[in-house]
Design a protein around this ligand. Structure first.
Ligand code: RI2
Length: 317
């Protein structure tokens, strides 16, 4: 137990999100909701202020574990929504548990619905290119395959974490033919690609997509080759914070993820930004669980699906 009353279990989850043992914008969101749920469930006392203190400590550790994916913030807000009004410990505990359950269920269902909707864009014989490892994008490919469509996939390696290996393993387990390429081969291969499907860490109110580093280069190569560039994203990947003018913080990770410093001459710097921004103008459409939307409808998705209250909360920090 640390000074904020946060349990070891929660610290472990926050650390696993930070170290990327738990990764993928959707999964980190569901894991954060589950961690808060456990925190509420494990507190056996009847001191309301103490449970509030524990939840607030948990909220802060989870939110600070990774800065870029808004899914994490949206999950934490949704799980704790209404908690300040609880007047009894049991009421607070029950509220957090039911909020967490609802978020996790909706989130998993959203990935399934996106698969069904997005698969309509895929026809037999198509070659899809995907970047990194997105459950939402893979869900679309798998749904099309399950419908009997003959789909093949180019998966980028996605340096430095090489999530492309997870993607080809996942596809291979589903018996979907895939080809792994290095990130710099995207423009060369694009002439053989029919459609690009990527996931999202955050979608800004102006429709810009924040996703794995290199996504914007994939989008430019797709645009040049007239290949549709489609984003697969649950509505909790949209950011109420950006409505209030906040810029998305792009996480920069340890340089040692890229290169062993001993291999470098003295004085050479290394930077490791792990996400980038693709402006709305390069995005054809976004497949969400409420349907296919234009990136320019991002503000409306935020207001309709996340609610005006999420925008007020975003203003509070
Ligand atoms: P799903 C990942 O981030 C990738 O950027 C991926 O496109 C995005 O999350 C969405 O993934 P990271 O955790 O939620 O690998 O669609 O840095 O699974």
């Amino acid at each position: 137990m640390d000074t904020d009353g946060v349990t070891l279990g929660l610290i472990e989850i926050a650390d696993s999100i930070k170290s990327m043992e738990i990764r993928g914008a959707g999964l980190i969101a569901r894991s954060a909701a589950e961690a808060l749920r456990q925190q509420a469930q494990e507190y056996q006392g009847d001191d309301l202020a103490e449970l509030h203190r524990r939840l607030e400590g948990s909220r802060r550790s989870l939110i600070s574990s990774r800065p870029t994916a808004i899914s994490l913030w949206n999950a934490v807000q949704a799980t704790l929504r209404g908690s300040s009004k609880a007047t009894e410990t049991e009421e607070l505990r029950a509220l957090v548990i039911s909020n967490a359950d609802r978020f996790i269920e909706r989130s998993s269902k959203a990935v399934e619905i996106i698969g069904r909707i997005g698969s309509k864009r895929l026809k037999s014989g198509m070659a899809v290119l995907t970047h990194c490892n997105s459950k939402a994008a893979l869900g679309v490919i798998k749904a099309a395959h399950a419908d009997g469509k003959d789909i093949s996939v180019y998966a980028t390696e996605s340096r430095p974490w090489r999530q492309g290996l997870l993607t080809v393993r996942d596809l291979s387990a589903a018996q979907i033919p895939s080809t792994l390429i290095i990130d710099s081969a995207v423009r060369w291969i694009m002439k053989e690609v029919d459609i690009v499907l990527v996931g999202a860490d955050t979608i800004c109110s102006n429709g810009a997509l924040i996703n794995k580093i290199g996504t914007s280069q994939v989008a430019l190569a797709a645009e040049e080759a007239r290949v549709p560039f489609i984003v697969c994203a649950e509505t909790y990947k949209f950011s109420p914070k950006t409505v209030m003018g906040e810029l998305v913080e792009i996480e920069e990770r340890d340089a040692r993820e890229i290169v062993d410093p001993r291999e470098l001459p003295a004085g050479v710097k290394v930077r490791n930004p792990v996400f980038d921004s693709t402006p709305a103008e390069h995005i054809d459409s976004i497949v969400t669980e409420i349907g296919v939307v234009s990136p320019y409808a991002a503000y409306e998705v935020i207001v309709r699906e996340l609610g005006q209250e999420s925008i007020f909360e975003a203003n509070e920090g």
